[in-house]
Design a binder for this molecule. Structure first.
Ligand SMILES: [Ca+2]
Ligand SMILES: [Ca+2]
Ligand SMILES: [Ca+2]
Length: 351
């Protein structure tokens, strides 16, 4: 159940209020420090279903805690599928989420179905409280971009990407989100954004952030027409094909001084800070939020519109929190390299 759903229920709301009362007694814990939303995708959604035209009553909403879904296999449209899987074609390892047997599949078909996608999981809605998506918000999820060439051509998943597409799309009103209703747009794609624009390989994914109405974010070393596409300030790590990557994102629009930071960690590897855009700290950068726009959002959708080649992206353990410390921590051990055998006898091949 999502936080927003909880607020709509009087019984749970009173329970929550008493919990809040208890929490405020804990002197060292900020009362608002919490994991706001978490979905481990441990439920079953098929790829061929289309049995819920409302998008309001399906396993994503009933078990995953989302508020609405739109996808070909749920509502009938358009050009994208959202489902859960227990196996990924071409991948033999275990899943990286906690006790994970299921992951989310985000299958985008703009190329084979003739146009950009329009599909999403939605948290909150346009009438939910401001701050349903917190002003100072942390996201974290495991992500896997599949490139699998099936020898039998039954399960080819040869993902590739356009330069940039919406991934986490928040709003304070109806979609498409209007100016003044959106403080940031989280985007993925093959381009690395400002300041480097360094990647040309459309099989690789990088994370960028866009100021959708180009009136707040200014990377001052870029031309004005490009100043609002802030990308990876470190391009040594990214969401590589056929590898689980843990992604952590921080946006802070709780004051007039905006901030965007992001980190990536390969399964078994180390965190790398890949984006560092903090007003007042990052050189040659300003993000000034109009007073009327300071705050969080009422809703977000993921991913909405994707154009370009077809792609298959998998997610596990999607989390949204008000503090970094509230996010799940993974202490997965890197698989040790195999020890060289020391008891073999070399036997020349005969004849
Ligand atoms: Ca899972
Ligand atoms: Ca093939
Ligand atoms: Ca400028």
């Amino acid at each position: 159940m999502s936080a927003y759903e909880a607020i709509k229920s009087p019984t749970i709301r009173s329970t929550l209020l008493s919990l809040v009362a208890s929490v405020t007694l804990l002197a060292n814990a900020p009362a608002n420090a919490e994991l706001v939303f978490f979905d481990n995708f441990e439920y079953s959604v098929g790829r061929s279903n289309a049995s819920d035209p409302t998008g309001l009553n399906n396993p994503f909403t009933n078990q995953g805690g989302w508020d609405r879904v739109k996808a070909v296999n749920i509502t009938g449209s358009s050009r994208g599928y959202l489902y859960t899987v227990r196996e990924i074609p071409g991948y033999a390892g275990s899943f990286p989420g906690r006790n994970s047997n299921n992951v989310l599949a985000i299958e985008s078909r703009p190329a084979s179905m003739g146009g950009q996608t329009d599909f999403y999981l939605q948290f909150g809605d346009e009438n939910a409280p401001r701050g349903t998506v917190p002003a100072n918000v942390w996201f974290q999820f495991w992500i896997y971009s599949n490139r699998y060439d099936d020898p039998t051509n039954q399960n080819d998943q040869l993902s590739a990407y356009g330069g940039r597409f919406k991934f986490i799309y928040p709003c304070n009103g109806p979609y498409p989100c209007q100016q003044g209703q959106i403080n940031w747009l989280n985007t993925l794609g093959s381009t690395t954004g400002e300041p480097y624009w360094s990647n040309q390989d459309n099989r690789e994914l990088f994370m960028t952030t866009v100021d959708p109405y180009t009136n707040m974010i200014d990377y001052q070393l870029a031309p004005d027409w490009d100043q609002y596409k802030i990308g990876q300030t470190n391009v040594s790590e990214n969401i590589r094909p056929n590898r689980w990557t843990l992604v952590k994102i921080h946006y802070d629009t709780s004051t007039t001084s905006g901030a965007y930071e992001a980190w990536m960690k390969p399964l078994g590897g180390q965190w790398v800070k890949v984006a560092d855009w903090v007003n007042g700290q990052t050189p040659n950068f300003s993000w000034t939020i109009p007073a009327g726009s300071v705050g969080g959002h009422r809703v977000f959708r993921m991913p909405t519109t994707i154009d370009g080649p077809d792609s298959w992206i998998y997610l596990d353990d999607f989390a949204m929190a008000t503090t970094e410390d509230s996010l799940p921590v993974y202490d997965e051990r890197a698989v040790p390299p195999p020890s060289p055998p020391n008891n073999l006898t070399v036997v020349p091949r005969g004849n």
